[in-house]
Design a protein around this ligand. Structure first.
Ligand code: 3PG
Ligand code: MG
Length: 399
């Protein structure tokens, strides 16, 4: 890989230099309390930040959080993240109330060697996500003014052609951070020549989100196990009634085609947990996948399916998993995700968990993170990487 990395920058010496780090601190927040419910993405960027702090850099961190619409919106403030980042680093993080305004300028100017600042949410500025090159470029100019060098450690955002990811590296000496480097190395193993059998488990709610990756993976994998909300569109394509389950009517035909072309590689649920409402205390039963009552919706895969998926996983030498098997946030519908996750940890295979949601599920279910080969911080990014797409953030580092 022709990408320079953090070690190259450290070798040049960063003491007293301002280093702008793009991180992906887009962590889930509790809707009521606003508290961080999973800090995996903050932890993931610590190796890069600590190395820069130790080397005496003035570290300026920037990130997005959620999807604000190009203007300040308090519910998407990074302030709570600054607090947690400081706790984890063991040193205060100076928080700027804006991204490139007066507060940001004085915060950056006030940094001593080895100190860390976090700028307010990048997406409070229209230029960050603008499709207009000039508008993005103008914002990138303002951001780039805060650094003498740029480190991209925001793996979760490398698939976005955004100013902080795509345009800033064109303006500053740039390197990949430790996290980006590791993610690319691990995912590269899956796109290269994975040890077989190679089994992929896909879940999540929408087929339309996963269509490109299914197309790209089908020729490469030995088995593709499909659960989560999207399995119902496949079940419908097989001619089954799915009650009030999540269904993408306009994708039924596409799913039918995929099943026909898959050469039997696609495994679908044979039973599902069907509930009378989308609620933690809803009445529910396990029913055969071809017998979902018309007034019920499937919220998890059933135990027979878990056993079948686990058997396929136990044979695997390489596993990639993206997307929960059911509504794991509700205890009654978490067994599918837990069962599949446990089967992955038991398999004698190199396993990669891709996706903010699946990674959060691993932690929320109390599973041992170290029993997986790698837990990616990127959802969309890891999928697009596996699709073989050019990722704007990676391409920008190569130039
Ligand atoms: C993610 O959570 O997938 C990344 O942080 C990217 O966020 P986005 O999908 O809002 O661009
Ligand atoms: Mg996303």
């Amino acid at each position: 890989m022709s990408i320079r990395n953090l070690d190259d920058l450290l070798a040049e010496g960063v003491s007293g230099r301002r280093v702008l780090v793009r991180a992906d601190l887009n962590v889930p927040l509790d809707k009521q309390s606003g508290e961080i419910t999973d800090d995996g993405r903050i932890r993931a960027v610590l190796p890069t930040l600590s190395a820069l702090v130790e080397a005496g850099a003035k570290v300026v961190v920037c990130s997005h959080l959620g999807r604000p619409k190009g203007a300040p919106d308090p519910q998407f403030s990074l302030r709570p993240v600054a607090g947690r980042l400081g706790d984890l680093l063991g040193a205060p993080v100076h928080f700027a109330e804006d991204t490139v305004g007066d507060s940001a300028r004085s915060t950056v100017e006030g940094l001593a060697d080895g100190q860390v600042a976090l700028l307010e949410n990048l997406r409070f500025n229209k230029g960050e996500t603008s499709k207009d090159d000039a508008e993005r470029g103008a914002f990138a100019d303002q951001l780039a003014a805060f650094g003498d060098a740029y480190v991209d450690d925001a793996f979760g955002a490398v698939h976005r052609k955004h100013a902080s990811v795509h345009d800033v590296p064109a303006r500053l000496p740039h390197v990949a951070g430790r996290l980006v480097l590791r993610e690319v190395e691990v995912l590269g193993k899956l796109t290269g020549d994975p040890e077989r059998p190679y089994v992929v488990v896909l879940g999540g709610s929408k087929v339309s989100d996963k269509l490109a990756v299914i197309e790209a993976l089908l020729p490469k994998v030995d088995r593709l196990l499909i659960g989560g909300g999207m399995c119902f569109t496949f079940l419908k394509a097989q001619g089954h009634e799915v009650g009030t389950s999540l269904l993408e009517e306009d994708m039924v035909e596409t799913c039918g085609n995929l099943l026909e072309r898959s050469g039997g590689k696609i495994m679908l649920p044979v039973d599902v947990v069907a509930a009378d409402a989308f609620a933690p205390d809803a009445t529910h039963d396990t029913v055969p996948a071809d017998g979902i009552p018309s007034h019920r919706l499937g919220l998890d895969i059933g135990p027979e399916t878990v056993a079948g998926f686990a058997a396929a996983l136990s044979q695997a030498k390489t596993i990639f998993w993206n997307g929960p098997m059911g509504v794991f946030e509700m205890a009654a519908f978490a067994n599918g995700t837990r069962g599949v996750a446990e089967a992955i940890t038991k398999a004698d295979a190199f396993s990669v968990v891709g996706g903010g949601d699946s990674a959060a599920a691993v932690r929320a279910l109390g599973l041992d993170e170290s029993s997986f080969g790698h837990i990616s911080t990127g959802g969309g990014a890891s999928l697009e990487y596996l699709e073989g797409k050019t990722l704007p953030g990676i391409a920008a580092l190569e130039n």
